[in-house]
Structure formats: structure tokens, C-alpha cells
Design a protein around this ligand. Structure first.
Ligand code: ZN
Ligand code: ZN
Length: 172
């Protein structure tokens, strides 16, 4: 979804669309996010308001993300719902981009006479994904001895391994 700056010259506009997840998923195919996949539909809403040359954008997106748990390697899903607020300024040639803004308002730049709203939403999504994704906070992971998923079945491999440890005789 792209808009032309002249479209918001005299009035605020609102756009609502389902993003092309194929394109976003191609971007995800890089470490450490290469197991992430957006599920259809990924719904985005943005309200645009022009203040001089700047564009104020309030938006939100909603969707579902498929991923592989970093601890147990099981396929999992998480619901996404994020709100964001951007202030885009025209990027002038040769001008250094200043990173500023806070949690509430992020400052960015646009170039030319067009703003790529899809890119803005996907970029925000990528930055909000944690480095480590778990199926649940207390995921027990995989047993290093039998390879079993400890969330599904408790095994006593670790206990047994502890007994065969020659040093354990010193403790017993
Ligand atoms: Zn897990
Ligand atoms: Zn085990």
C-alpha cells in the first residue's frame, strides 16, 4: 500500500488493507527470524495527517505469526496486535538522519512524493519481534539425553545420568 503526498495535501486520509504476507515473509527469511511466517490475513489500518511537510501516521496491525519455539523446536503461533505512531519528515539530500523519538512517537523519513505504508508496517513488526521466541514462557525444552519434548513427557534421563556420574559417589 502506497500513498502519494498530494493525496493528503488538503485532507486526512485513512487506509485499511490486508497486507501481502508473501512479501513480508520473504523479508523474515533472515537470521534470527528465519522460522517466522505471517499467516493470512495481516490486517493494517493507518490514519494520515499532514503537518506542513511532515506526515503524522497513527496505525495498528493485527495478525498471526507462526514460529518454531527456540527451546523445544515445536511449531507455535502467537497473536499480534500492535499500535504505532510515526512522524515522517522529508529526507533532504545530504542531511544526516537523526534518530530520535520515544516509545510513543517514532520519527522517520520519507523520500520523494510517495510513502510506502506497507514498508512502514512490516518494519515496525520486524523491530517488535523479540530475539528469542518461546511457545510458552515456562517451556521445558528438549531432554539432551533422549531428545524427548519435556513439555509432553517428563523423563528421568537427567536423574539417571546424575547417578552414573563417577563423582556422585562422593556425594552419596
Ligand atoms: Zn517450546
Ligand atoms: Zn530424557
Amino acid at each position: 500500500m502506497k500513498i502519494l503526498l498530494k493525496d493528503i495535501l488538503f485532507e486526512d486520509i485513512e487506509r485499511e488493507w490486508d497486507e501481502d504476507v508473501e512479501e513480508a515473509n520473504a523479508l523474515f527469511n533472515i537470521e534470527p527470524h528465519n522460522t517466522l511466517k505471517l499467516i493470512v490475513p495481516f490486517h493494517v489500518t493507518m490514519k494520515l495527517h499532514r503537518i506542513g511537510d511532515n506526515v503524522d501516521i497513527v496505525g495498528k496491525y493485527e495478525g498471526k505469526l507462526e514460529f518454531v519455539c527456540d527451546r523445544c523446536s515445536e511449531k507455535s503461533y502467537t497473536h499480534l496486535e500492535e499500535r504505532f505512531h510515526y512522524l515522517l519528515q522529508p529526507k533532504k539530500p545530504g542531511e544526516e538522519a537523526i534518530e530520535e523519538g520515544d516509545e510513543e512517537l517514532e520519527v522517520g523519513y520519507y523520500e520523494g512524493d510517495e510513502i510506502d505504508l506497507s514498508e512502514l508496517a512490516i518494519e515496525h513488526l520486524m523491530l517488535s519481534i523479540p530475539m528469542r521466541m518461546l511457545c510458552k514462557e515456562d517451556c521445558k525444552g528438549i531432554c539432551p539425553y533422549c531428545g524427548g519434548n519435556k513439555n509432553e513427557r517428563e523423563c528421568d534421563c537427567e536423574k539417571k545420568a546424575g547417578k552414573s556420574n563417577p563423582f556422585s559417589i562422593l556425594i552419596n
